[in-house]
Design a protein around this ligand. Structure first.
Ligand code: AHR
Length: 530
């Protein structure tokens, strides 16, 4: 596959076979990458590294919230270990409270003293009792502790415009108003900052099963009347409203919402269109999250590369209605959805997280970065203990997953400027599956440092990546590599560092040539320095 910025073109590549071809095979391990620093691309918005935290299983209760009286170290009920880990990866925004949960969430059940909190049933997720002890004020405390922005989804499915408008007033109005006074009485006189507002969730599915046209009718009054009163939220800080968009490759919502956007009047607007797409192999998901073979490895990696065509397809439709790309495509649910852990409640969506999932994360981030002109925000599902999590917890224990380490290694790409690359990726084959063997992006951060991220998704062959960097003199290349002896390796509470980043150094030759020896099934992120 030849990859130029955002386009993929298939190139056939014959693989040498047999012992006589050994020298040839080594030659085939080489990949040449040309980096052209003279033609910078768009900014990679740091919001593409956003997280999603739903009231689902132990994603919130146990994962974030342990309560003030817990023996697990906490600040006002929020786990200290989780906060420290999330701060380190500079989470730009957290989407909350769902998911499907959001369209059945009634915010008043989760504010005020303990006696006012309602015990309700989490009907989407295992019928668990929802104690509402983690509500609006606890959410803002949490994102304040990790230094992140709020992405709050309002209930369009089973709620009213009035309920959502009252919630925004509670969160953002002046303490002299009744709503603001109530917030102040609950300990927070200053208005909260609600940077992103989700106008429903999956309204084509769990959020109401509405036709696209009906959703547009429902959504417009929410976009009009659910107001943000925080006086500090003007200019670049103005709240961004994100409408429900497509389910995977289906285009009805993309067409209907973007057409409505184009024909909008002064009274309403949206500043984002959501896309949901999980990497799985059908329903219910049958791939295991650990102890899997190469067919499951190759099959899942192949499935995830479909994100490229999804993003291209919906972006092309959005271009028809919004050629200036004012409305970002917000991929606010993505990640691997696998078979639940044996013995776990299937409604809790608990799965392990392997080196394969880390590779999936890197490939998706690369796709989002190459589409940075339209994809300006994404949220991996989900942050803790649910689906493709960053962090797993069990009571007082916590472990960082391989996917966490990818988000950590990619921090330099937050708000960096994409630098175009071109390369022949070669081919990784397994059975009928043929995939590009290498994927890579480069970017320059705001301090002027040049970074490269290279993924070798071939689990059997290392790759020698020879990079020529036009317009730059290079003296060193240093960073980190994430790999493990097996593609199904996981981190557990007893072996937390099986898949963890190690120091990595490239070789420099001449004025601007860098050679990187990338192990099989690995992700390398390096800074290339002068
Ligand atoms: O992330 C789990 C669920 O997947 C979300 O609640 C829903 O929006 C999606 O179907």
């Amino acid at each position: 596959m030849r990859i130029f910025g955002s386009s993929l073109t298939a190139v056939a590549l014959l693989l040498a076979s047999g012992s006589a071809a050994h020298a040839q095979a080594r030659e085939n391990d080489r990949v040449a990458i040309a980096v052209d620093t003279a033609k910078p691309g768009p900014k990679i918005d740091r919001n593409i590294f956003g997280q999603f935290a739903e009231h689902l299983g132990t994603g919130i209760y146990g994962g974030v919230w342990v309560g003030k009286d817990s023996p697990i170290p906490n600040v006002r009920g929020i786990r200290k270990d989780v906060v420290a880990a999330l701060k380190a990866i500079k989470v730009p925004n957290v989407r909350w409270p769902g998911g499907c949960f959001a369209d059945e969430y009634h915010w008043r059940h989760g504010i005020g003293p303990a006696k006012d909190r309602h015990n309700t049933i989490n009907s989407n997720w295992g019928g668990a009792i929802e104690p509402n002890t983690f509500g609006t004020d606890e959410f803002f405390d949490f994102i304040g502790q990790i230094g992140s922005e709020a992405y709050v989804s309002v209930n369009i499915g089973s709620g009213t415009v009035e309920e959502a408008a009252d919630w925004l007033a509670y969160m953002t109005a002046d303490p002299k108003t009744t709503a603001g006074k109530e917030r102040a009485a609950n300990g927070h006189p200053a208005p909260y900052k609600v940077k992103y507002l989700g106008l429903g969730n999956e309204s084509w599915g769990c959020g109401g099963s509405y036709s696209a046209g009906h959703y547009v009718e429902l959504m417009r009054p929410f976009a009009r009347f659910v107001r943000n009163y925080n006086p500090a939220q003007t200019g670049a800080e103005t709240m961004q409203r994100i409408a429900v968009g497509p389910d995977g490759d289906k285009t009805e919502y993309t067409e209907a919402v973007m057409k409505a956007y184009k024909e909008r009047n002064w009274a309403w607007g949206i500043e984002g269109l959501s896309l949901h797409s999980y990497t799985t192999n059908g329903w219910p998901p049958a791939y295991a999250s650990e102890n899997f073979d190469e067919s499951a490895y190759a099959g899942l990696v192949k499935a995830t590369l479909n994100m490229e065509s999804l993003v291209s397809r919906h972006s092309a439709i959005m271009d028809k209605y919004d050629p200036e790309k004012k409305v970002p495509l917000v991929v606010d649910e993505w990640g691997v959805w696998l078979k639940p852990n044996a013995g776990s409640d299937p409604g809790f969506l608990q799965q392990q997280n392997s080196l394969r999932d880390a590779i999936v994360a890197a490939l998706n981030i690369n796709i989002f970065a190459r589409h940075a002109d339209r994809v300006r925000m994404t949220n991996i599902a989900q942050m803790i203990n649910v689906l493709q999590a960053m962090i797993l917890t069990d009571k007082d224990k916590m472990v960082l997953t391989p996917t966490y380490h990818v988000f950590d290694m990619y921090v330099p790409f937050q708000d960096a400027t994409l630098v175009p690359l071109s390369f022949d990726a070669g081919t990784y084959s397994h059975g009928d599956v043929k995939l590009p063997r290498i994927d890579a992006i480069a970017a320059r951060d705001s301090a002027g440092k040049l970074w490269m991220a290279v993924t070798n998704l071939d689990p059997n062959r290392p790759a020698r990546v020879e990079t020529a960097i036009a317009g730059e003199s290079v003296r060193w290349a240093r960073g980190r590599v994430l790999t493990a002896p097996r593609f199904d390796a996981v981190n557990s509470f007893t072996s937390p560092d099986t898949v963890s980043p190690k120091a990595f150094t490239g070789r420099v030759s001449g004025k601007n040539k860098v050679s990187l020896d990338i192990p099989a099934a690995s992700i390398v992120v390096v800074q290339v320095g002068a």
